[in-house]
Design a protein around this ligand. Structure first.
Ligand SMILES: Cc1cc2nc3c(=O)[nH]c(=O)nc-3n(C[C@H](O)[C@H](O)[C@H](O)COP(=O)(O)O)c2cc1C
Length: 404
């Protein structure tokens, strides 16, 4: 998703809304990603957040309106050098006042001139009282910003700092970071409809007991997120996991293998690419008791299980020639022969074979080592964080689709 191996430069512009108090937390989010962060504060924003905190957290000086026409920067013209430096400009929070200035192309403040001068994508996060937001003047200004090519992200709804209830809240930091990651990504999956399955399934025996597996869903979630960064329309069909739903992606929640099968078959009809990264249970209980099964006075219990349907094979059988079907093979032995057998028998176009016994691989790990095998027998080993691996899988999927 990134600009090669270059460290990304994010310019955070903070304006004088009450949500400016969240700016240090946003700076931390970008620093944690390893990005370089610089901050512009408007005069009014200084009343809400300390420049000292922002300078310390970003490890950079903070730029203020009084720096705009000062000779402090030596030969550097602040709004030009900041505009050139930025790979992405984020205005969060963006006040009604700043939106009105940007909508008419005003350049009287450091922030305004920097936004006029930059070629980087500009993301605007309006945050204000609900009546201010719905005022026709504000709505017109935000529409104008979209027409000017800025990305305007709708504020959240909830209780507002001004005591009102309604739309106007600054979205969570995760949303701001995700939108920024998307803004700096290449958009080579635009126009593609992608479905990713993720996480474990659960097979219930009675209302309080189930059998499952330790899949965290991280690989599938990374695939869904990176496809969204790259411009695809993404649906994530997920079993129960502890992660929150990724921003920008349509999420369908399922529990059992049968639920997963129904959802995947339904979504297969309209997608270009289906990636099956879920760890679907192979078996389910013959019957599910409606009431909790009580402990009996015996030393053991016998439980019968039956096979779940083979979702990959089912999808392979209904796949159309212009669709791409990708599977995962998580194995503890005979990795390549098992993966090749799965690739061929289930009509997959590509399989990501995963040795669960390898260090830095498999369930709940932050990283993954995967061998990609395609139908022509070509083999590619990839490894890295699950997000890096996801990107490399999409690269390979696009290559395969380019050939067909
Ligand atoms: C306590 C207080 C809170 C404010 N909160 C907001 C806000 O959340 N959103 C907004 O658009 N304006 C808010 N304003 C108004 C802005 O501070 C004002 O319009 C200012 O001119 C914005 O300047 P700037 O956009 O250059 O930072 C608030 C004002 C005060 C006094």
């Amino acid at each position: 998703m990134s600009l090669g191996s270059k460290k990304i430069n994010v310019l955070l512009c903070v304006t004088g809304g009450i949500a400016a108090y969240k700016a240090p937390h946003i700076v931390r989010g970008f620093v944690q990603l390893g990005w370089n962060v610089k901050v512009i504060l408007t005069d009014s924003a200084e009343a809400f957040v300390s420049p000292m905190v922002l300078a310390t957290l970003s490890s950079n000086r903070v730029w203020m309106d009084r720096d705009f026409l000062s000779i402090d920067g030596g030969s550097q013209i602040p709004h030009i050098s900041l505009a050139e430096w930025a790979d992405v400009v984020i205005i969060a929070p963006c006040t009604a006042d700043t939106a009105s200035r940007l909508a008419v192309g005003a350049g009287g403040k450091l922030l305004d001139s920097t936004v006029l001068a930059t070629k980087a994508p500009v993301l605007v996060f309006p945050a204000m009282n609900v009546n201010m937001l719905y005022h026709p003047a504000t709505r017109d200004n935000l529409k104008k910003l979209q027409e000017l090519g800025y990305e305007v992200i709708d504020p959240d709804s909830g209780d507002l700092a001004c005591g009102y209830e309604g739309q106007g809240r600054l979205p969570d930091r995760e949303v701001i970071v995700e939108e920024a990651k998307r803004a700096v990504s290449m958009r080579d999956m635009e126009g593609l409809s992608v479905v990713v399955t993720a996480g474990p399934t659960r097979e219930f025996m009675d209302p309080v007991r189930f059998i499952s597996n330790p899949s965290s869903g991280k690989m599938g979630y990374s695939l869904a997120k990176t496809a969204w960064y790259r411009g695809a329309d993404v649906e994530l069909i997920t079993g129960p996991v502890s992660m929150s739903s990724p921003h920008g992606v349509r999420v369908t929640k399922v529990v059992s293998a049968l639920d997963m099968m129904d959802a995947a078959v339904e979504s297969m009809a309209g997608c270009d690419i289906m990636v099956k990264a879920a760890a679907v249970g192979d078996y389910r209980f013959t019957s599910v008791s409606e009431k909790k099964i009580k402990r009996k006075g015996t030393d053991s219990v016998e439980i019968t299980m039956i096979n779940n349907p083979d979702i990959a094979a089912k999808l392979g059988s209904i796949k159309k020639p212009d669709q791409t079907l990708v599977g995962f093979a998580a194995e503890t032995d005979n990795l390549l022969s098992n993966a090749t057998e799965k690739l061929n028998s289930k009509g997959l176009d590509l399989i990501a074979a995963n040795d669960l016994t390898e260090e830095g691989s498999g369930f709940d790990s932050e990283t993954n080592n995967v061998t990609l095998l395609d139908r022509e027998g070509s083999l590619k080993k990839i490894s890295g964080t699950k997000e890096d691996v996801a990107d490399m899988i999409w690269d390979r999927v696009l290559e395969i689709r380019g050939k067909s």
